[in-house]
Design a protein around this ligand. Structure first.
Ligand code: PHE
Length: 342
């Protein structure tokens, strides 16, 4: 009997010494003393075997332990709740927030959007094609039949071993698809990524971006082409002097390269125009009647012009970028320089 009383005293000391605001520890305390299988339940079960003359003392001790444990539990729970509150309210609402870094458009996207805006003001709509093309849309329909020497100019990536499936070498393929699916009048702009199997260097890359345009209607003439491109160079570069140099593309006849007169005012002008004042910016020409026929358009009734430009080249000139690889390396220090433009 003495032993039982001693046990209660030890437990009571433990209960009184317990101090915690940790929810896990509090729960362990509850389970140890007050749960169904806890210490108190065990002691109350022992109560019936206690000789009746000692029942009173034992009962008092036992009750004291129960009250102490219950009170301790309540106290500890309150302490734990107020600790949570305390930690919530310790947030400093006046502390400045962390800055969110704003993203920015890639310089190529900025230029592409500018070109699109300028042409959309004179009625050009957008057409998007596919990057993986077939031979017909990239070559044959554009007057580049199999074994035509001009195919070499294009340095094509073929998809696996199938010579009919390739990565488009220009977005003229989009225009072929557009002509096949629509009746004139057609006025469409096709921006997109193109691929050529070329060594990567500061000046050329195997992936780059073009914007090509196509206009087909009755009585479209070279004069229309000239005026449209003059409007474009004025809007895009603020330059109003351009010239057309005879050139060759299999899908246009006649064909020309367009140069803008950049001027020779600054040292940079000398460098980028190779001391001539003139800058080549795009290829163009009147759509070859055979191309119209290939796309089911009556070439006796309709004529048209086409033009195409490379965005990387234009961006390099405009922003003084010396190395085309900068566009694809995603060096944040390079890209951030354009963050205010887009
Ligand atoms: N498709 C030509 C190229 O990729 C560009 C071009 C388009 C030239 C339309 C003339 C007319 O180089």
């Amino acid at each position: 009997m003495e032993q039982l009383i001693d046990q209660i005293k030890t437990h009571l000391a433990e209960v009184e010494a317990f101090q915690s605001s940790d929810p896990g520890e509090i729960e362990r305390f509850r389970i140890k003393f007050l749960a169904k299988k806890g210490i108190l339940t065990g002691l109350f079960a022992a109560f019936k075997d206690v000789p009746s003359d000692l029942k009173k003392t034992f009962g008092q001790q036992l009750n004291a332990l129960k009250v102490a444990a219950t009170n301790k539990l309540e106290e500890s729970k309150k302490a734990s709740v107020s600790k949570v509150k305390e930690s919530t309210f310790s947030i400093d609402f006046t502390r400045p927030g962390q800055l969110i870094e704003l993203g920015a458009l890639h310089p190529i996207s900025i230029l592409r959007n500018q070109v699109i805006d300028i042409f959309s003001q004179i009625g050009f709509s957008l057409s998007a094609g596919q990057e993986i093309e077939d031979d017909w849309h990239n070559f044959t329909a554009l007057n580049l039949p199999k074994h035509h020497p001009a195919r070499d100019m294009q340095d094509t990536f073929f998809v696996q071993t199938n010579p009919d499936i390739l990565l488009r070498t220009h977005t003229s393929s989009v225009q072929v698809r557009h002509m096949e699916a629509n009746h004139p009048p057609i006025r469409t702009l096709s921006p997109g990524r193109v691929f050529r199997n070329e060594d990567i260097s500061a000046r050329s890359h195997c992936v780059f971006h073009q914007v090509e345009g196509l206009y087909i209607d009755k009585n479209v003439s070279f004069a229309d082409l000239k005026q449209t491109l003059l409007y474009f160079t004025k809007s895009m570069f603020g330059k109003s002097k351009i010239r057309f140099r005879p050139s060759y593309f299999p899908f246009t006849e006649p064909s020309a390269e367009v140069d803008i007169y950049w001027g020779l005012e600054t040292e940079a002008d000398y460098r980028i125009t190779k001391r001539t004042g003139w800058l080549e910016i795009m290829g163009c020409g009147m759509v070859d009647p055979q191309v119209l026929t290939n796309c089911n358009i009556n070439s006796d009734e309709y004529s048209g012009y086409a033009f195409g430009m490379g965005l990387e080249r234009m961006a390099m000139i405009l922003y003084g970028i010396e190395d085309i690889r900068m566009f694809y390396e995603n060096d944040i220090r390079f890209l951030q320089q354009f963050s205010s433009m887009g």
